[in-house]
Design a protein around this ligand. Structure first.
Ligand code: ZN
Length: 292
């Protein structure tokens, strides 16, 4: 009995990203394909997104070119694959402030947003300490930070100081401070509705990009490898990976990296007319499949 349906929705991609950006230290491994996605969690009384992608206008368009991004599609197209519109999104959980996760807040006009307070305030701090520190802002659009502040002014932002259980029924948020970013958080979905759940999905944000961060190149004798981009510490990223696996009952396959092309080898998926992939992680009782 699954309470919620969960789909990872690709909205654009980078065809050739240096592997070292994904797996720390993989400097001579060439490039790999990196899908950019947000995750839809649909319940009987809400439609929540984990992250919002970005908007391909203004500085977002410049970032498209800087990162070599292709096939960006707006959320009407992307969510339409699951029969929803952006106006029907009621809640958004922002895992962190990088442009490809927090840049699309304007596109979901009815939603209430959840972020770690530290994530927002530390980006303001990073902007204030001078140009020589601008590497910190490499994947952050200052306009996105201002847009999140505007959400607060509108009464549509909830900023969290640490963990929050049941942000929505059976959905918990946990911080991973000074890891990939100053105030990253990940999402735990207890899909049988139980506190001590046997059906947990952990949506990892960018605490991992791909499966390899969970097990290195040795699935038989796994070891954790940090992602190639982080402004906190690699040690904190490894501790967060360990914590996520434990919250998933020790099952690595239940920790979901949204930038992983290989989700298609584990979960049912299809390529939409847009050329983008829809991946079905879980299906609530009575909900029609969107991939079959
Ligand atoms: Zn990121």
């Amino acid at each position: 009995m699954s309470k919620y349906s969960i789909w990872v929705l690709e909205y654009c991609r980078v065809e050739e990203l240096p592997a070292s950006a994904v797996v720390y230290g993989a400097h001579n491994r060439g490039t790999l394909r990196l899908p950019f996605c947000y995750t839809l969690v649909k319940g009987p009384d809400f439609a929540a997104l984990i992250d919002v992608g970005y908007n391909d206008v203004d500085h977002g368009r410049e970032l498209t070119e800087m990162f070599g991004i292709s096939n960006w599609r707006d959320p009407h197209t992307v969510l339409g694959e699951c029969g929803l519109t952006p106006e029907q999104i009621t809640h958004v959980i922002l895992t962190h402030g990088h442009f490809d996760h927090m840049g699309g807040t304007d596109l979901f006009p009815k939603a209430t947003f959840f972020i770690q307070e530290r994530e927002l305030s530390r980006w303001v701090w990073a902007m204030s300490i001078g140009r020589r520190f601008r590497w910190l802002m490499e994947a952050v659009d200052p306009g996105d930070v201002l847009r999140v502040v505007e959400l607060a002014r509108q009464g549509r932002l909830v900023s969290l100081e640490g963990a929050l259980e049941d942000v929505l029924p059976h959905i918990d948020l946990y911080p991973a401070h000074e890891s990939h970013t100053p105030g990253s958080q990940y999402v735990v979905i207890r899909n049988d509705g139980k506190r001590d759940s046997a059906d947990v999905w952990v949506m990892a944000g960018d605490l991992i990009y791909q499966f390899e961060n969970l097990h290195g190149n040795n699935e038989a004798d796994p070891y954790y490898v940090p992602v190639g981009l982080g402004s906190g510490s690699q040690t904190n990223m490894l501790l967060a990976i360990d914590e996520m696996i434990k919250r998933a009952g020790g099952e690595m396959r239940r920790v979901i990296p949204a930038h992983e092309e290989g989700l298609k080898t584990v979960f049912p998926s299809r390529i939409a007319a847009s050329g983008l992939r829809v991946t079905e992680i879980a299906l609530a009782d009575g909900e029609p499949s969107r991939v079959r």
